[in-house]
Design a protein around this ligand. Structure first.
Ligand code: SAM
Length: 246
């Protein structure tokens, strides 16, 4: 269950992870995600693939009792103190009893996992009536997915899954969730900063920038790509926040 390529990727990225994208530490975005979870102070919430603890921090500050789970030590050693409890383990086979948390969330974790299995695990450990929340970068649709998935593959060769928004709803419904809602968010990313994640070679970074410079008209339009005179490339990326009730 421990995928070595994923762990190696995040071990290489851990030191600069928090600075490698705007979305990662964007406080307003984090607050909106946690708002969507609808959890009250004292609730016990599982943060799957908690990494350096960006989501855990905001939840802890709101008085939630956070249980973190991740399998890359270089990432979770920065974040585990932000959690009340921490489990080193796999999102696809959680060492947790059923109905043991009030809600569960993952942000940018299940793209590295057997995603249906991981979401089913989130539902299994969440009490009936609790919410399960998935937050993922997504393609806008058929017009941009081929180019975008190629870019995401270059940035992280360990990635296994690529999403369109509706797939997140299917994952929740297949796991038994009801009342599924999906919300969208945009995040403006400087592509040069985003591509320089500490775990890929400069050839891959250049290939990513080249994809943006030669992107199709639909891709540029949907992503609102801006190429400035100083060479800066901006992409207004799409995130989906999908929530279901167990
Ligand atoms: C992109 S980071 C996301 C971190 C955090 N959720 C955030 O939003 O900043 C992905 C994290 O998923 C973890 N991860 C990937 N696959 C995993 C698995 N199968 N089980 C547990 N953790 C996993 C990695 O170790 C890494 O810390």
């Amino acid at each position: 269950m421990i995928q070595q390529d994923v762990r190696e990727h995040f071990s290489a990225r851990a030191e600069r992870y928090d600075r490698s994208s705007h979305w990662c530490g964007d406080r307003a975005f984090l607050e909106r995600i946690v708002d969507r979870l609808g959890a009250s102070a004292g609730y016990r919430v599982l943060d799957v693939a908690c990494g350096t603890g960006q989501v855990s921090r905001v939840m802890s500050e709101r008085g939630l009792r956070v249980l973190g789970l991740d399998f890359t030590e270089a990432m979770f050693r920065q974040g585990r103190e932000l959690t009340e409890f921490f489990v080193a383990g796999s999102g696809e086979a959680m060492p947790l009893a059923g109905d043991s948390v009030d809600a569960a969330i993952e942000r940018q974790g299940i793209q590295f996992m057997d995603d249906q299995r991981a979401v089913s695990e989130m539902v299994r450990v969440t009490k009936p009536g609790g919410r399960v929340c998935l937050v993922q970068l997504c393609a806008f649709g058929a017009e941009d997915e081929r180019e975008y998935f190629e870019i995401l593959r270059l940035r992280n060769p360990a990635r296994r899954n690529f999403y369109r928004v509706e797939r997140l709803g299917e994952l929740l419904e297949n796991a038994g969730c009801a009342k599924v809602e999906i919300h969208s968010e945009r995040s403006s990313e400087d592509v040069e900063v985003w591509a320089d994640n500490g775990a890929i070679q400069s050839e891959s970074q250049k290939a990513i920038e080249s994809c943006y410079r030669s992107a199709s008209e639909p891709f540029r339009r949907l992503h609102e790509v801006e190429i400035r005179d100083d060479g800066t490339i901006l992409d207004r990326m799409l995130f989906a926040i999908a929530i279901g009730v167990c």
